[in-house]
Every structure is written in structure tokens, then in C-alpha cells.
Design a protein around this ligand. Structure first.
Ligand SMILES: [Fe+2]
Length: 314
């Protein structure tokens, strides 16, 4: 074993305020201390998103993963093009800090997981030959529903200049499994036991960068309802409601203040034992969605590689 799940993503950004507003609008709780904002799911002690203010532009700082066997990972990292280092400025040396072959910083922590979300009411649909809901409505008036509540960070998708090499590092050094991929353009890595279909994913670009962080919500309705509400609050672009082929999850993405994305998801494939999972190599036609609205023109644009100081327009 090694990587067990996702903990957080840390971004450098110019100003904290738009970032804190965006993520709190999305349903996370914020704790701001000077130029650092920590955003967490309700009921969690640990942050899922950390924003470091005062940077010239938005940039992925590092991702944090829960893992065991840190000595084993440290031993393997150097042999696979990685590098073991010390904690960067503003972070302590707890756990293990490594760089992947492309210089992406990864923090590994051997810690207890946050509590699993409690089971909510089952999401039941009436289907042909399977009428399970009778004499009651599935949907209440809109005002009956509270704002979307992110339950936990499920996965982080980052850009990579060489997706197969990134995957090799995650599987050979960090002990993850390749869940599925679409050619050498996008790939999804899971933990080998009791894992969402993907915990870390990679999309091809000219360099490293942050694409999106994805948060589990109660059911597909909450994905759609929460996504629409966040679009209305922020006035930003979105992609969704839709359903992915790879991972099977329902999704709604909303663009953050820097051109990357926030995702609500529900009903993702689950891999309890990687030994019994068969990875597929999908055609590009299946790489993004099974169904959904047209994909925004800059959905897979890595703004961190742009030479000019620019952000996506709202
Ligand atoms: Fe995602």
C-alpha cells in the first residue's frame, strides 16, 4: 500500500478575497490567517483547499495525499525521476515532501482519514418495470433544499507535460493503480484499496498546473442544484450537469476566479480492490463525458502556462 486518498490542494494566488468568496459560495468553510486561507468541509478538521495569497499569479503549489509506507515511497522516489525534499516555506516538515519527475510538489501524510460522510436517504428512481416510489413526489419545492454541502474532497486533476510518465510515478513510487485512461491525453489513478475511481488524475498540457478539485455531494440532484446555484452566485462559466464515462460520476463544473475549475460529483465508480479492476484505454470521444452540454472552449486550458498575466474572463 501507499497512497490511500486525497487530502488537499494548495494554490498560490494573488488576492485571497476572490478565492475565499468562491470556495465559501461553493459550500466550504473558511479560516483566514494573514495571507493564508484554509477551506474545509463541514465536520472536517483538515483543510481540503489551501490558498496562499500574495503570489504574482495563480499557480499549483502542491497536492497533499494520505499515505502509509512513507519510508518506502522516499526510497523509490529517487529511482524514478523524483526528488525528496524538505517542507517549503510556510509548511512544516511533517510527513514526506517529494517532487514528481515534472517538478510537481506532493505532500504525503500518514494520518487518520476524515470521518466518512453518513449515509443519506437513498436516491431512488422509478424505471420501466421497477416502480419503487409510489404515492409521493421525488422533488420538493426549490426553497426546501439547503445549499449544496461538499462532503469531502474526492480527487484532484492536474496538468502534466507527459501523462504516461506521471502515471508511472504514481503507480511505481506512490503505489497507486491506473484506473483508466484515454490514450496518452488523460489518465486516472486510484488507491489500491477502498478508493473512488480516481484520486489523482492527469491531463496533457505543456507543463504542470491545477485543473480542478472535485467534491462529493449527497446525490445527483445536489450536483445539478448546487452547480446551478454556484453559477448564479459567482456569474462564472460552467460545464454540466452531465455524466462522465470514465468514473461514471455525475458532474457539474464551475470555473474558479483563475480559470481552473471546481466540481461537484456524485455516484462515482468505486474500486474496493484494485486486483479485481480492469483498466480501460478509452477513445478520445469518451474522454470527457458520456453526455452533457457542449464543453467550454477553455475547459482543458492550462492558464498556468500562459506567458502573459491573464485570467479567464467570468
Ligand atoms: Fe473530476
Amino acid at each position: 500500500m501507499a497512497v490511500l486518498g486525497a487530502l488537499s490542494v494548495t494554490l498560490e494566488i494573488p488576492d485571497l478575497e476572490p478565492g475565499v468568496k468562491f470556495y465559501t459560495d461553493a459550500g466550504l468553510l473558511s479560516d483566514v490567517d494573514g495571507s493564508v486561507a484554509r477551506l474545509r468541509c463541514e465536520g472536517h478538521k483538515r483543510s481540503s483547499v489551501v490558498l496562499l495569497g500574495g503570489a504574482p499569479r495563480k499557480r499549483l503549489h502542491h497536492i497533499s495525499l494520505r499515505a502509509d509506507d512513507l519510508p518506502g515511497i522516499a526510497m523509490r522516489a529517487g529511482n524514478s525521476g523524483g526528488k525528496v525534499g524538505s517542507g517549503p516555506r510556510r509548511f512544516d516538515d511533517e510527513g514526506l515532501w517529494i517532487e514528481d519527475p515534472h517538478g510537481m510538489l506532493i505532500h504525503l501524510s500518514d494520518c487518520e482519514p476524515d470521518p466518512e460522510p453518513e449515509a443519506g436517504p437513498p436516491f431512488e428512481i422509478n424505471a420501466p418495470g421497477r416502480l419503487i416510489r409510489k404515492r409521493r413526489s421525488a422533488i420538493l419545492p426549490s426553497a426546501s433544499y439547503p445549499p449544496a454541502k461538499p462532503l469531502r474532497l474526492g480527487h484532484v486533476l492536474v496538468f502534466s507535460p507527459d501523462v504516461p510518465r506521471s502515471v508511472s510515478f504514481m503507480t511505481e513510487v506512490l503505489g497507486m493503480g491506473l484506473a483508466d485512461r484515454a490514450q496518452d491525453v488523460i489518465a486516472f489513478c486510484c488507491a489500491r484499496k477502498n478508493s473512488d475511481h480516481h484520486v489523482v488524475a492527469f491531463a496533457k498540457s505543456t507543463g504542470v498546473g491545477f485543473h480542478h478539485a472535485s467534491f462529493l455531494v449527497g446525490d445527483p440532484d445536489e450536483v445539478g442544484r448546487g452547480g446551478r446555484a454556484l453559477v448564479a452566485k459567482t456569474g462564472r462559466g460552467d460545464w454540466g450537469f452531465g455524466r462522465h464515462t470514465i468514473g461514471s460520476n455525475f458532474f457539474h463544473y464551475i470555473q474558479d476566479p483563475w480559470g481552473s475549475w471546481f466540481e461537484y460529483y456524485s455516484d462515482m465508480d468505486y474500486i474496493d480492490d484494485y486486483a479485481h479492476w480492469l483498466p480501460q484505454n478509452y477513445a478520445m470521444a469518451d474522454s470527457l463525458a458520456n453526455w452533457g452540454p457542449p464543453v467550454p472552449h477553455d475547459f482543458v486550458h492550462n492558464y498556468e502556462m500562459d506567458t502573459k498575466l491573464e485570467t479567464a474572463s467570468a
